[in-house]
Design a protein around this ligand. Structure first.
Ligand code: BJ8
Length: 429
């Protein structure tokens, strides 16, 4: 990091020594996993810079926005409508954590057999390592899986900032009505805190900004359908992870610049891996930054990841918020839009199975790797139906259950290599 941010981190109450250790580990991992890749698009330099300043310049920006009267809001789930936060003069940041940090501290509050994502966000806060939690004015949780909703109770005791939205379990008419009312309740809460009222113009402007970001991410996703793939799965994953942190307008411009470069690559038939490299769709639990483990294993085993049926991925950007002419209609469309997201926390969740197969087709994937974090019951259980559905559609399926540690990396690599060999054999026969 170019600047010395210690004074800022100290004023946020971070543990400076632990934080320096965390940044050193991350910088090494980034060097080994990202900067060692071949044929990276030049436009990835911006995203490298964002990662290098993720606890520095971006936090400076957030604190400036806060001083200018904006509300800094932390979120954990793609069901929480970003446009509503923006329309009420908020700035939205993802708080899910993708690294084993503060595990010992977290396990004083939550059971050991809790998924790594929950342990991660608790651990980052408890170890004094998360400037995003510290700079947030409000943290929005949601009743998705049991682990999250119970952890938010404790997280609120610790931070005194948590507000929880009630997400239904079923997409019935009653469930949809409940969710629309929850979005209205969130609008009231944000209005109370900011002292601002939502207007049609503000909601339209916010949806324009967020839709543009979604469209840029969708453009990136579509470009990954080419063979040879113009961008690695690792780099595309990184862009999707950064979409939860960066300034949305600047981020959208940078993703479009990246896509312009990838467009050129596809015209020239240039890729990051040879044409014919086995193409893998990853589906399952979200991969919060800096969780790059599975993509790294797949891409260092001879495959290329061409898409993510996940919340850090397609579920986050596929549908837009459009065509509303009153605030109430906008809120209704926001509710309808999020009810199109197919998270395993819902039952039934057949549409996710359809999504996996249609993404596989669109991206010409030759195999699906199902990723579930250990102790993530919704995705672990749903893997059974996903497997049947993918195999019925004629594609091979590999089920991975793991956490953030690298202890099982060797064993996972052996399984992934065998899976990729099998795809190659099928192509030869
Ligand atoms: S819409 S996937 S972002 S809830 S990994 S904490 S489910 S035990 S994160 Fe999620 Fe919203 Fe659904 Fe997406 Fe629980 Fe599983 Fe942990 Fe998870």
């Amino acid at each position: 990091m170019a600047e010395d941010y210690r004074e800022m981190w100290s004023s946020l109450g971070l543990n400076l020594e632990g934080h320096a250790g965390l940044l050193a580990v991350l910088s090494d991992a980034y060097q080994n996993i990202y900067l060692s890749q071949k044929e990276r698009p030049a436009a990835m330099q911006y995203f490298d810079f964002v990662v290098s300043e993720v606890h520095g310049l971006r936090i400076v920006e957030l604190l400036k926005e806060k001083t200018a009267g904006k509300l800094i809001v932390g979120t954990f789930c793609v069901y929480v409508p970003e446009e509503l936060i923006l329309a009420l003069d908020g700035v939205s940041n993802g708080l899910c954590a993708g690294a084993d940090v503060g595990t010992e501290e977290a396990e004083k509050f939550i059971p050991r057999n809790t998924c790594a994502l929950i342990k991660g966000f608790m651990g980052f806060k408890l170890a004094g390592l998360c400037p995003y939690v510290e700079s947030a004015d409000l943290i929005i949780g949601e009743t998705t899986c049991d682990g999250k909703k119970k952890a938010y109770e404790i997280f609120d005791e610790i931070t005194k900032k948590v507000y929880v939205m009630e997400l239904p379990n079923k997409k019935s008419d009653d469930g949809k009505l409940l969710w629309k009312n929850e979005i209205k309740r969130l609008a009231d809460k944000l209005s109370d805190v900011t002292g601002k009222t939502i207007t049609l113009d503000k909601l339209k402007e916010a949806s324009r900004v967020v839709n543009a970001k979604r469209q840029a991410l969708k453009r990136l996703s579509d470009l990954r359908a080419y063979d040879p793939a113009p961008i690695s799965g690792l780099d595309a994953l990184l862009v999707n992870q950064i979409s939860f942190y960066d300034d949305p307008v600047r981020f959208t411009a940078k993703v479009n610049e990246l896509c312009d470069e990838l467009d050129e690559r596809t015209k020239q038939g240039k890729g990051v891996a040879p044409k014919g490299t086995p193409r893998i769709l990853v589906s399952g639990s979200p991969m919060a930054i800096p969780n790059w483990k599975l993509h790294w294993i797949i891409e260092s085993s001879g495959g290329i990841v061409v898409g993510e049926e996940a919340c850090v991925g397609e579920r986050n950007f596929r549908d837009l918020l459009e065509n509303f002419s009153t605030v109430d209609e906008g809120i209704q469309k926001m509710a309808d839009r999020s009810m199109g997201i197919n998270c395993a926390c819902f039952t039934p969740n057949d549409d996710r199975l359809t999504d996996i197969n249609s993404m596989s087709q669109k991206l010409h994937s030759q195999g699906v790797v199902h990723y579930a974090l250990q102790f993530c019951t919704p995705y672990l259980v749903e893997a059974f139906r996903a497997k049947n559905s993918v195999e019925s559609a004629g594609l091979p399926f590999l089920r991975i259950e793991t956490d953030y540690s690298l202890e099982d990396a060797g064993q996972l690599k052996t399984r992934v290599e065998a899976f990729i060999e099998m795809i190659k054999d099928e192509k030869r026969s």
